[in-house]
Design a protein around this ligand. Structure first.
Ligand code: WAQ
Ligand code: MG
Length: 279
């Protein structure tokens, strides 16, 4: 599902000498409001269309004037992967949250340059997809920087979903947002050349982000942005010198399903990660 809104771009508004606002040259730019994707059984289609439509129409970023829903049959047999383990990092301020993100990324050997590039992308928040950033030089590899790369063709089987929901319920975080993000992060992290992912929601009122990696799992970071902030985005940190077409093919086109749920832990401090007490 893809929902967007046409807005007049301010840049093209010009004032003539008599101060009249001329908008004849102004262009309508398409702003991304909401997107969602998943792999489902045929019998679930109607229910999912309803869910996605309601989500698009009630999005805190605004009311879309265009909602596109695409349904595709998949022919390739999905790859079955386990979900990443879920943990929440204790953070009591936005500075602590940012600090935790930086410390975890450094531990994963992501360079300062790459970390800065990721925070820039997230601050600007203009993309529908994610930036692919090389872990050393901090170069961006995605061919379309406006759009980014969209992880798609992902899902979870019914048995795994039941187990995941019950484990997350015990932690008080059994929401669609957490489950969808975990499914996405698990697919992304399963690609051999992905080292880590940083995510901040673009929903102004959803302030928990995450850092995901094969090494530390899915680490939730509460309070990574201020309430009401419009920034948000995703960065996938990859090894230097990878083939960009291959990773895009995997993320956008290869069907992957969660078939097993790894443990979900409670809240831990970032020091427990830093001291490698936790693995
Ligand atoms: N593939 C790549 N990038 C995406 C995708 C996708 N399928 N969907 C969204 N993005 C990018 C896009 O730039 C969005 O602006 C940004 O990520 C944030 O997307 O455990 O809701 O859908 O409590 O707003 C984290 C949950 C929720 C943490 C993240 O992201 C937790 C979320 P959103
Ligand atoms: Mg969102």
């Amino acid at each position: 599902m893809r929902a967007s809104q046409k807005v007049r771009s301010q840049k093209s508004e010009v004032r003539s000498r008599n101060s009249e606002l001329r908008t004849q040259n102004s262009k309508l730019a398409e702003t991304h409001i909401s997107g969602a994707e998943g792999l489902y059984e045929t019998s679930e289609i109607q229910k999912v269309i309803k869910k996605y439509t309601l989500r698009a129409l009630n999005h805190p970023k605004g009311r879309p004037d265009r909602i596109v829903i695409t349904i595709e049959d998949i022919r390739e047999k999905p790859e079955i992967i386990p979900s990443l383990p879920v943990t929440t990092i204790k953070c009591s301020s936005i500075d602590e949250a940012k600090d935790a993100v930086i410390k975890i990324l450094r531990l994963l050997k992501i360079s300062e340059r790459a970390i800065d590039t990721a925070f820039d992308v997230i601050k600007k928040n203009r993309m529908r997809g994610a930036a692919i950033i090389t872990s050393e030089k901090g170069n961006r590899l995605e061919p379309d920087r406006e759009r980014g790369v969209r992880a798609s063709q992902l899902g979870i089987n019914k048995t795994a979903l039941k187990i995941l929901s019950s484990r997350l319920s015990r932690l008080g975080i059994n929401t669609e947002t957490v489950k969808e993000a975990l499914i996405l992060a698990s697919k992304v992290a399963s690609y051999e050349h992905v080292i880590a992912e940083l995510c901040v929601s673009d929903d102004p009122y959803y302030t928990t982000g995450y850092v995901a990696s094969k090494k530390f799992g899915y680490l939730r970071i509460p309070g990574i942005k201020h309430k009401g902030s419009k920034s948000g985005g995703r960065a996938f940190f990859v090894k230097e010198g990878i083939n960009v077409e291959d990773i895009i093919d995997y993320l956008e086109r290869r069907p992957v399903i969660i078939g097993k749920v790894t443990s979900c832990k409670g809240i831990i401090s970032v020091n427990e990660i830093l001291n490698r007490l936790y693995l």
